[in-house]
Design a protein around this ligand. Sequence first.
Ligand code: OOB
Length: 538
Amino acid sequence: MTSTETRYFPEEFAARYRAAGHWTDETFASFLAEAAERFGDAEALVAQDVAGAAVRLSYRELDTAAAVTAAGLRATGIAAGDRVVLQLPNTAEFVTVLFGLFRIGAVPVFALPAHRRSELVHFVQTSGAKAMITAATINRFDHRALAAEVAAETGAEILVVDDLPFAGDVADGAPVTVDPESLAFLQLSGGTTGVPKLIPRTHADYLYSVRESAKICGLAPGARFLVVLPVAHNFPMSSPGILGVLWAGGTVVLGTDPAPSKAFPLIEAEKVTMTSLVPPLAMLWLQAVPGTTADLGSLDVLQVGGAKFPPEAARRVTPELGCRLQQVFGMAEGLVNYTRDDDPEELVLGTQGRAISPDDEVRVLDEDGAPVPEGDAGLLWTRGPYTIRGYLGGVDAESFDAEGFYRTGDIVRRLPSGHLVVEGRAKDQINRGGEKIAAEEVENHLIAHPLVIDAAVVAVADEFLGERTCAVVLTGGERPTVPELKKFVRARGVAEYKVPDRVEFVDEFPTTGVGKISRRELRRALADLVGRKDEEKL
Ligand code: OOB
């Protein structure tokens, strides 16, 4: 460790987290090799590869596959410290490439399969990535062609896993030694600004959250965890996700389709004990239970998180799916809350859980930064042993205060037990069934249209997704049609979930009559306008 290396936490706090035993010398470079020593022949991974062939690997076999992949990656010129954008579906290659990169000390940048040209170019450019690893097709979309566009714009090297077995000599794939407090990978923020921010997570901070999550969730050998959410997302990655399961000696089952028609038979066939869903999928599963012939009896726990799970739906989980519910309220920036196994029913159904660590500092404050009375709703600020102190490229004054607290933008109530109830949001983000959309990012794409003078993107209530997006678009005389505008946004190269669900045209935006209205006030006023319009129609 050198003094010139970037430190991600102030030394005073790092020392405290080390002394408390939260931060250890464990790193992701040697994570799998150590798991293989502990769990040897136990089944580690059940998945398909990108060609659709069944893959079943023990810990030892997975470790060897990662070593071979590491050697192959190294042979392509990827070296320690290099950043590599990873865009892969829920296939075996995700795991072998991820651990292959970790072994050689490279730093993955986690893209989601839904991301398109503009997002991927941004990830490559802001992270300074040398390469991008993808699959030829994901969900029938041509990612080879997409990657070629990214390469043309950025110069990044493209590796398509279908072409490259990444085979090398196992001996060349031995784990390198890395500083546990150095950067392990970059996660993506849900975002509230024009472009998504990158989240630097270190080995020590992330592994602490992984180990504690595995313990809180009671994972042990014998746990069989199904992942149907995109595995690169923080929730299925580490809460406790694939990393928690592999740390505890369980089996990761990767599914490529969350639809009950695909997921239910997989639960039966693989005797899945636990899985994680976003609320719309949980509701879809609940709807599908009466019509299924699949035996879901092995399922012990369903985790739901990423967006608010309404208590009415939460109440249905145990009677209808026959398993326990665990609510998870987390964020890629750090803080993760879980309802616990021994929580009384009203907390499991009516709260989003409590923080992982006794050293998670949680503040619930009013707009002026003063604590609200216990139990009142306020803004959630947090600091702790696995919450970042800044985004990649510098501390963002809007997001972090002088003491290093992260402003989550969530509005919560804290109960005497420490459990949090998410009441709303004070950030300019739409939570579309767990997928986060920054209003400003979509507005920028809309404003690029020649007939659009200005645009504001707001959330509208949706029975299934919780929220959907509505773009309120200011035009002069001529207007594009709604399909034209959607097509325009899509052609700018953004993930499909960011394309506005609904478009409303207006000739003027509200003003205060005195001064200029802020973007935030504008969005609020327009959200009210759209809401009123909907009520009038009812
Ligand atoms: C998870 O991570 P992100 O980074 O995609 O999104 C974080 C945001 C939170 O700030 C909050 O606004 C919202 O998503 N959120 C929830 C929630 N879980 C996340 N809002 C209400 N209820 C919940 N249960 O979404 C994430 C990361 C790790 C574990 C779980 C979720």
